[in-house]
Design a protein around this ligand. Structure first.
Ligand code: PMP
Length: 285
């Protein structure tokens, strides 16, 4: 089946979908993105993803390309045209097209909007979660405003590639003081030796993951002990459990960090239970 992309007002064949060479996203990474899970043909947490998109854009003084409800129509139509039942919808907004100059264009261009959707095999993800993933740690080399979901992802790309080359699926990024910030494309969590859930508090040094936000609700509702505080790599090695969260993976158990087994080396009970509980708390639209 041929894929369809939404590009600046038109649904076009994916293989012919292009943006201008002077799009500022292409030249300066001057843009932001969102990834929203699609489950059983429905968007998961659309409202929160669109709110975060609006916030990222606002931090960069880029206008929303269209109102939230109209964007919702485009998202659903892109999912429908690509016949995605389970997978993701990707949204990218850049400052638009203008003659190359670092400063914002004097004449504000129309923000460029691209939406794509693709299927992901849910059984494959379940198999991965049953096995758990390996991760490796490395220095966090990103800029100081990673709370903005910018398409400027070069340090994340390099970290993920380094992880792959070491046979791992994700990289946990570590700040100068030895504390884990987050994954290259996920938030990082542990269950400490004394059974408490630990994740870094929000700030400019991590992305406020939507999955993280929803999971905090699940944790509160289940009455689990939680500390929003930074944790070290050493603490992670000694943790009972570890896991990552993101829209594409929801809750994904981590069984190995830098080659060391976590807990008994199998997916943790808390992580697995949180994974099962997740969609009962997420919004579906
Ligand atoms: N941190 C980073 C750096 C990410 O790229 C992602 C994935 N978008 C996340 C955290 C998780 O965010 P979310 O739960 O909204 O997918």
């Amino acid at each position: 089946m041929s894929r369809i992309a939404y590009v600046n007002g038109r649904y076009v064949a994916h293989r012919h979908a292009t943006v201008h060479i002077e799009d500022r996203g292409y030249q300066f990474s001057d843009g932001v993105y969102e990834v929203c899970e699609v489950k059983d043909g429905r968007l998961i947490d659309e409202r929160r993803h669109v709110a975060r998109l609006a916030r990222s854009l606002s931090e960069l003084a880029i206008a929303m390309p269209m109102p939230a409800h109209a964007l919702g129509v485009v998202l659903r139509e892109t999912v429908r045209r690509n016949r995605v039942r389970d997978g993701i919808v990707y949204i990218q907004v850049t400052r638009g097209v203008a003659p190359r100059d670092h400063a914002f264009p004097a004449l504000t261009p129309r923000p460029a909007l691209v939406v794509t959707a693709r299927g992901i095999d849910p059984l494959k993800m379940e198999k991965l979660a049953d096995e758990g993933i390996s991760i490796v740690t490395m220095p966090d080399q990103r800029w100081a405003r990673v709370d903005i979901k910018s398409v400027s992802l070069l340090p994340n790309v390099l970290a993920k590639q380094a992880a792959r080359e070491q046979g791992a699926r994700e990289a946990w990024l570590v700040d100068r003081d030895g504390f884990v910030t987050e994954g290259s494309s996920s938030n990082a969590w542990i269950v400490s030796k004394d059974g408490r859930l630990v994740t870094r508090p929000i700030g400019h040094d991590i992305l406020r993951g939507i999955t993280r936000t929803v999971l905090l609700d699940v944790i509160r509702e289940q009455g689990l002990e939680l500390d929003e505080r930074p944790f070290t790599v050493e603490e992670a090695y000694a943790a009972r459990e570890a896991f990552v969260t993101s829209a594409t993976q929801t809750v994904m158990p981590v069984v190995r960090i830098d080659g060391r087994p976590i807990g008994n080396g199998a997916p943790g009970l808390i992580a697995s239970a949180l994974r099962r509980a997740y969609h009962a708390h997420a919004e579906s639209s």
